[in-house]
Design a binder for this molecule. Structure first.
Ligand code: GTP
Ligand code: MG
Length: 389
């Protein structure tokens, strides 16, 4: 079977080494891998600022044209390129200009930015009615923004031409109104699901149930931990955005407590929830569309932030998660940071963990490995302690 061929493009500072730029592209490459069956060609441009017209400079556009036009290019040995994906949030007019240029040599190519790719992954993985609706809304909002971004430039020029500016503007206005109406309709449908969820959360509260929400960067090991804490079997995979819905389970007892004993001295049930992971460079509207799924986290008594301790970009990813929590208005909640995958550190573990303990002391840092079960029983006890205080 022929693989889909994709070109990943990034513009990086002239001071940055190409090898670092290639490393930065690895997250985009992982996203593309999640999308499925893909062969990747990476193109990096050093440039102080993105090109105003086409995002990448004219020299690089020429290089892309060569690869896209010629399937026999050495970097593209078989099959033609299906997508050009830019590792950034790109202005609508720039995407349009770049697409126009590429279509002059191959009209099957689609030009995406990071948001397009994420939306397409979400669409492919969404299972529940709720996540499907949320993605539809996110996609329409994004399209509306695109059209808005083209307003007064390409679309109005194309549709109206000189002296008849009004026609293009009217078309744009019509499309914008269409999206607005569709978004409203989908939002009403989502609202019904949100109400059901709210009722469920309210009942839990009335029954004295406590809730812990597992959150964190995508691929940190959230579902792996959730499965271990609850005995459930959420899907675990080495890919980004495997989980798109939220799932809930009961926190099982630490070892030494019999099954019949209550999970804690007060005898209340503790629920744990797993949810969609976060990633950097997400527009706020996309996060906002997922408010319904994220409601478990918004209303949780305790937030557990799972971090992949072996990730080179760990600190940057912690910051991204903190920013998103702030956007969701939940950064002030009781929170614990859980460093997972300590099995990957080997001899480095002691040094790394003691410095992280100091750095993140405010968040009661804990260290675990879901793979070899290190620190799990202690984590359960600590979570219960934190819920009580
Ligand atoms: N070495 C090691 N790998 C782990 C550990 N915990 C999880 N993983 C691996 O990390 C990858 C991601 O795990 P998931 O639990 O799916 O991560 P997630 O945070 O739920 O990811 P998304 O739902 O895609 O956001 C899988 O390949 C897991 O097997 C661990 O303690 N050690
Ligand atoms: Mg998951």
């Amino acid at each position: 079977m022929k693989k889909i061929k994709v070109i990943l493009v990034d513009v990086i500072s002239p001071h940055k080494h190409t090898s670092d730029g290639l490393k930065d592209l690895s997250e985009l490459q992982a996203l593309v891998k999640t999308y499925g069956g893909i062969d990747v060609i990476r193109v990096i441009q050093h440039k102080t600022a993105p090109d105003k017209a086409t995002f990448i400079g004219s020299g690089k556009v020429e290089e892309l044209l060569q690869i896209v036009a010629n399937p026999q290019d050495s970097r593209s040995p078989e099959g033609s390129v299906r997508h050009v994906i830019i590792n950034s949030i790109v202005q609508p007019a720039q995407l349009f200009e770049l697409t126009k240029k590429l279509w002059s040599v191959n009209s099957n190519v689609q030009v995406w930015d990071r948001i397009d790719l994420i939306l397409n992954i979400f669409e492919k993985h969404a299972k529940s009615a709720e996540s499907k609706l949320q993605i539809e809304i996110a996609r329409m909002r994004h399209m509306r923004f695109r059209i808005y971004g083209l307003g007064g430039t390409i679309l109005s020029r194309q549709a109206g031409g000189i002296g008849t500016r009004g026609i293009g503007e009217t078309n744009i206005e019509r499309m914008r109104r269409h999206f607005k109406k569709q978004i409203r309709r989908k939002k009403d449908q989502l609202e019904k699901l949100v109400k059901q969820r709210q009722l469920q959360l309210q009942r839990r509260h009335e029954y004295g149930i406590k809730t812990i929400s597992i959150i964190g960067y995508t691929n940190a090991g959230k579902t792996s931990l959730f499965n271990l804490l609850t005995g459930k079997q959420g899907q675990v995979r080495d890919a980004l955005f495997v989980t798109l819905d939220s799932a809930t389970g009961i926190l099982t007892n630490p070892q030494g407590l019999r099954k019949s004993e209550p999970a804690n001295p007060e005898g209340y049930t503790i629920l744990v929830s797993d949810t969609i992971g976060f990633i950097h460079n997400l527009p706020p509207s996309l996060i906002d569309s997922f408010r319904s799924t994220l409601m478990e986290s918004i209303h949780a008594d305790l937030i557990v932030h799972v971090v992949d301790i072996a990730d080179e970009k760990m600190e940057q990813k912690i910051k991204t998660v903190e920013e998103i929590l702030a956007d969701l208005g939940i950064s002030g909640k009781k929170q614990s940071i859980v460093f997972n995958k300590i099995d990957k550190l080997g001899g480095e573990y002691y040094k790394t963990s003691s410095s992280l303990k100091k750095q993140y002391s405010f968040y009661n840092p804990q260290f675990i490995s879901v793979n070899n079960l290190q620190g799990i029983e202690e984590l359960k006890l600590n979570l219960k302690r934190m819920l009580k205080n």
